[in-house]
Design a protein around this ligand. Structure first.
Ligand SMILES: [Zn+2]
Ligand SMILES: [Zn+2]
Length: 301
């Protein structure tokens, strides 16, 4: 229960303003006029009696301050100087590449990424303002956050578009409201993912301003495989084998992305470059349709 809110006055309201607010409320909600508002009228009376007595008000303010979040206190300081509360802003989305093997993409997997992002400073809740800070209207843009440059307005360089400057800013983040920290996220690679697909991690981006949410993290999938070529769902592998081992009935070992090797029987004598098709041993799509595996054999003399 916030007495200031009950009376509808600002935290720094003068005794006159408090009296005036009480009189208006008393008129509207007096039980003689309105039976159903009896409980509310009691609250209004208690609020008035507390705030009009300097000693009681001081004690109440102290208690209220302890119960108010760091963020609310900081925003209130800005409000007191500029006359408005800054809007909260979502943090920036981040984009990172993530390298996976064909096997990880085929089977689906769980991976972990380490990266650096702007983490909200917990000392000041991302505002740069603490108990000891003093807020001053920016001397360059006079609170607007923008300055004129020829015919357009650009963000003020002195206050970085905030409209105010902080004296004695938060020492943990130097008043920036964030610190660069290494972050760890674990995420799922869905089966059949394609190169260039995105994986979105909600809230994985930079922290927002003035209580704004974190941005998102977008992971762009890249295949790290150099030994295999992927074309759609089909996988290609090139092998160099001596001609003497490529007679009909010979068995050759060919690396495959899911298992160590495939044993392949040569269907007929191979003397020149030949491609063998192994059905349903390729990559797959998100629906689970599996492509073919192609072995390009280059005979060596
Ligand atoms: Zn400024
Ligand atoms: Zn801080």
């Amino acid at each position: 229960m916030d007495f200031y809110k009950i009376l509808g006055v600002a935290r720094d309201a003068t005794p006159e303003e408090i009296k005036k607010a009480f009189r208006e409320k008393a008129k509207r909600f007096h039980p003689d006029r309105n039976k159903s508002s009896q409980e509310f009228f009691k609250k209004v009376t208690l609020a008035y009696e507390t705030l009009i007595d300097p000693e009681k008000r001081k004690k109440y303010d102290l208690q209220l301050n302890r119960n108010t979040s760091i963020l609310d206190k900081a925003l209130f300081k800005i409000y007191n100087t500029l006359g408005f509360t800054p809007v909260s802003k979502k943090g920036k989305d981040l984009y990172k590449k993530v390298f996976i093997s064909l096997k990880e993409g085929f089977l689906g997997s769980v991976k972990t990424i380490f990266y650096t992002r702007k983490e909200r400073c917990s000392y000041c809740e991302g505002t740069g303002i603490t108990e000891n800070s003093v807020i001053r209207e920016c001397s360059l843009c006079h609170g607007e956050g923008l300055v004129k440059k020829r015919v357009i307005k650009i963000p003020c360089s002195r206050c970085k578009g905030k409209g105010f400057q902080i004296l004695n800013p938060c020492t943990n983040c130097s008043g920036k409201g964030y610190i660069h920290l290494e972050t760890k996220k674990t995420f799922k690679i869905p089966e059949g993912i394609k190169e260039g697909d995105y994986i979105r991690i909600k809230g994985g981006g930079d922290c927002g301003r003035n209580g704004g949410d974190y941005g998102d993290l977008y992971l762009i999938v890249k295949f790290q495989e150099e030994d295999f070529q992927l074309k759609g769902k089909d996988v290609y592998k090139t092998v160099y084998i001596p001609k003497k081992d490529l007679k009909k009935g010979d068995v050759i070992s060919v690396p495959h992305f899911l298992e160590d090797t495939l044993k392949i029987e040569i269907p007929e004598d191979i003397n020149s470059e030949t491609t063998l098709k192994i059905r349903n041993r390729g990559y797959k799509d998100r629906k689970g349709n599996v492509g073919n595996f192609y072995i390009k054999i280059i005979p060596l003399d």
